[in-house]
Write a new protein. Structure first.
Length: 276
């Protein structure tokens, strides 16, 4: 099938959603034709490139009028797609949903916008996205509670199985964005109180492979939590409101029978959704 993914940011930009889409695309390209449409976050990047058999189109702008105008010149991508799977940015496709109503359109809702309480506007936008899609995946159980979404599948990310060398663990590691909800300032204070050196990684695509070197992992996002768990690194998490608390607690991570999924297993969930 021809699969069209829409996501605000993609490689080489670093982030949880970007990594999620990249990993899924790398697996699915073995069976399908994959096309990514994203923002051109760096002027040095090309408007189009083919990377490892994945076609990447970059929109030179981020406002809705620029995006919608861009689509008018690239309607062939919609016409050729057997499946259109959107990661959060449903408004990109909104004006074209009714003209292409028979298209199989699906959503993945990743996390939240960092605002608490969640604005009604954000909830309404998600409900419209859900209603105008044929199915959806939620990254986190908390999304049902705070956005009223009815997911077909709930996932948390994945980790590839890798053997890590045994080394003497030292200090602590922070992996994540520098946003307030990630708790970097809190972690700096915590490291000081624990008298451990804190190494900070906010823009390293390989940071998830470093946990085995450290005594402690200071992380607040699902992917980093799973990566730290896979490397048997004790985890400290941070929340500053009830939503973030539920984000962390409404997970199966504490279940002794919980098995960290692989990206192949997550990719299978996408294909099951598309077959509904």
């Amino acid at each position: 099938m021809n699969i069209l993914f829409l996501t605000r940011l993609y490689w080489p930009h670093v982030g949880g959603v970007e990594k999620h889409v990249e990993k899924i695309a790398e697996i699915l390209k073995k069976k399908h034709e994959i096309t990514i449409v994203c923002e051109k976050h760096d002027s040095k990047l090309s408007d189009f490139e083919s990377r490892q058999r994945i076609s990447i189109y970059r929109i030179p702008g981020s406002d809705k009028w620029t995006i919608w105008k861009w689509w008018l010149g690239h309607l062939q991508l919609i016409k050729q797609a057997d499946v259109i799977h959107i990661h959060d940015v449903f408004f990109w496709f909104l004006p074209f949903r009714l003209p292409y109503w028979t298209k199989k359109v699906y959503m993945t809702f990743h996390g939240w916008e960092g605002l608490y309480p969640v604005p009604w506007k954000n909830i309404i936008i998600r409900k419209i996205s859900e209603w105008m899609s044929k199915g959806n995946i939620c990254v986190g159980e908390f999304i049902k509670k705070y956005y009223g979404t009815n997911p077909d599948y709930v996932i948390y990310g994945a980790v590839e199985k890798t053997k890590y060398p045994k080394v003497k663990r030292q200090g602590a590691i922070f992996v994540g964005r520098s946003d307030a909800d990630q708790g970097l300032d809190y972690y700096k204070d915590l490291a000081s109180k624990m008298r451990v050196k804190l190494d900070i990684f906010t823009n390293d695509p390989n940071a998830g492979k470093y946990f085995y070197k450290y005594k402690y992992a200071f992380v607040s996002g699902y992917l980093s939590i799973l990566e730290a768990m896979a490397q048997s690194t004790p985890i400290f998490t941070y929340y500053n409101n009830p939503l973030k608390c539920d984000y962390l607690n409404m997970t199966p991570f504490k279940d002794k029978n919980f098995k960290i999924p692989s990206w192949s297993e997550v990719a299978d969930i996408y294909e099951k959704l598309w077959q509904k």
